[in-house]
Design a protein around this ligand. Structure first.
Ligand code: MV4
Length: 491
């Protein structure tokens, strides 16, 4: 069944290749866009056609709506997949695509717009009985109107941007003395980051878990969930490790949370793939936000359910009914994803772009590597630092951890510093192994000493490897020649 003849992927890196893989399996031609620094990127080589969309900076390329729509029309693409990040949750873009008679592979722009307001989505969920934390129903704009409500909610509270996401602008307030400054600072950040200074206050949970539910809905009123993911190990609101299912999930809790997640889908008229985000603490859970996109960590859900979420997105966008009933969706085993970023974990995770001089990705039983890099590739400094996603599936969480350890050992990326040593330390950390994770796991310093010891070992390993690198220069030259050959043969 070919739902579309041609789809434009308005993204780069691993997610662009991920979407192109689904398209290739579905016999759908692919159109890539690329910025000037990405002209030799893997997603450009992978696509059937590729067009330069602009210069390095995202505003001139991957965020350039006019150019993207123009390329879609000129190339004859019928649909656009936004991936994640960039324009994936931009209601104006989804609306523009729809108004140009192209299909946006995602929810309706109206739903994207509605879920983009954290306050508005809380109101919506509260009405249908989805648990939300005590909060100020309207935005707060001054200390006076906030003081009374904050006292009612009870400290600590947190100030959040309504138009925001990813923790940007969040201000934790321990007591009334800090409230005024927190509101003013939160409003300033909200205004500059999102162009909307609306902030609200809600009860602050000290060490919650981040548990999210994958959902799928079609345009005919069918909706299902595809179980839960735990994404609590984050650094500055950037997820580092995700897993499915959550290690603390029970059948009873899952039923309650899934029921809430599906209520969110229903009341928001949602269709396509989405994620309902909750915070969990001591048996209670609270709706946080609805992510109207395919997420980075969709991989672990695919590994434990066997369902290809991108294929489902494309079929739904083409008007198909859901291919699975809820009772058909079964959970099998456990999957963990480690985000491999070009960052230096011992230097405050500073981005570490550069050239990959040696690259060998792991394989074998239960391993999946979704990456946008190859030997000889130079990582541009203009975009986010994620190089690849290393995923390990096991029949249970223990086997999944054991496999992840083995895969991290096999993974060779030379030329840039990466978060691989951090993931080695996490996979060997007693708290992680016991499933005792929460959102402040990394900030509690569990990992640091392990990390330093492991890095010293890593340094020694690199020194011995360095000796063999010289021999590999020929290998690098050969691989460069091959990639040029592929490029030429595709023109
Ligand atoms: C919270 C919270 C505690 N209490 N809200 C971070 C970004 C966004 N997903 C919401 N976030 C949080 N909201 C209340 N009322 C703690 C966080 C939070 C967090 C949440 C999930 C995973 C990691 C986190 C790291 C820091 C803070």
């Amino acid at each position: 069944m070919t739902y579309f003849d041609k789809v434009l992927i308005a993204n780069r890196g691993e997610i662009a290749i991920r979407v192109m893989r689904a398209c290739r399996e579905m016999d759908i031609e692919t159109v890539a866009i690329y910025s000037e620094p990405d002209k030799n990127a893997l997603h450009v080589k992978y696509a059937d056609e590729a067009f330069q969309v602009g210069e390095a900076h995202p505003s001139g390329s991957y965020l350039n709506m006019d150019r993207i729509v123009d390329i879609a029309q000129k190339s004859g693409a019928e649909a656009i997949h936004p991936g994640y990040g960039f324009l994936a949750e931009n209601a104006s873009f989804a609306r523009r695509v729809t108004e140009e008679n192209l299909v946006f592979i995602g929810p309706s722009w109206k739903t994207i717009e509605a879920m983009g307001s954290k306050l508005g989505s809380k109101h919506m969920m509260e009405k249908v009985g989805v648990p939300v934390l005590p909060y100020t129903p309207d935005g707060v704009s001054s200390f006076d109107d906030a003081k009374a409500i904050a006292a009612e909610i009870g400290y600590p509270v947190i100030v959040k941007a309504s138009a925001g996401g990813g923790g940007i602008g969040m201000q934790i307030v321990e007591n009334e003395a800090g409230l005024k400054e927190a509101i003013e600072k939160g409003m300033r950040i909200a205004k500059s980051a999102f162009g909307d200074e609306t902030v609200f206050i809600e009860k602050y949970l000290v060490k919650p878990r981040h548990i999210e539910f994958q959902v799928l809905a079609d345009k005919h009123g069918n909706r299902i969930h595809l179980f839960d993911r735990e994404c609590s190990i984050q650094r500055r609101h950037q997820k580092l490790v995700e897993e499915a299912p959550s290690p603390i999930m029970t059948d009873e809790l899952r039923e309650r949370m899934a029921d809430s997640a599906l209520k969110v889908v229903e009341v928001s008229d949602y269709y396509n793939a989405g994620t309902v985000e909750f915070l969990y603490t001591n048996g209670d859970f609270y709706f946080m936000e609805m992510n109207t996109r395919l997420q980075v960590e969709h991989t672990v859900t695919e590994m434990v359910t066997g369902i290809d979420l991108v294929r489902q997105q494309i079929a739904i966008a083409a008007g198909e009914k859901l291919q699975h009933k809820q009772e058909d969706v079964t959970l099998h085993g456990h999957a963990i994803e480690c985000r491999i970023n070009a960052e230096d974990p011992l230097n405050n995770f500073t981005a570490n772009p550069g050239k990959i001089v040696r690259y060998r990705s792991p394989g074998g039983p239960g391993i999946r590597v979704d990456s946008g890099i190859h030997m000889g590739y130079s990582i541009p400094p203009y975009y986010d630092s994620m190089l690849s996603k290393l995923c390990a599936w096991g029949t249970d969480r223990t086997e999944s951890i054991e496999r992840m350890r083995r895969a991290i050992f096999e993974y060779v990326i030379i030329g840039v510093k990466t978060t691989l040593p951090l993931h080695h330390a996490i996979m060997n950390n007693r708290h992680f192994i016991d499933g005792d994770t929460h959102t402040h796991f990394l900030s509690e310093g569990h990992i640091q000493n392990n990390l330093e010891r492991y890095l010293r070992e890593e340094e020694t390993r690199m020194q011995t490897l360095g000796a063999s690198l010289r021999r590999d220069k020929e290998a690098a030259a050969i691989s460069a020649a091959i990639s040029v050959y592929i490029q030429k043969s595709q023109r």
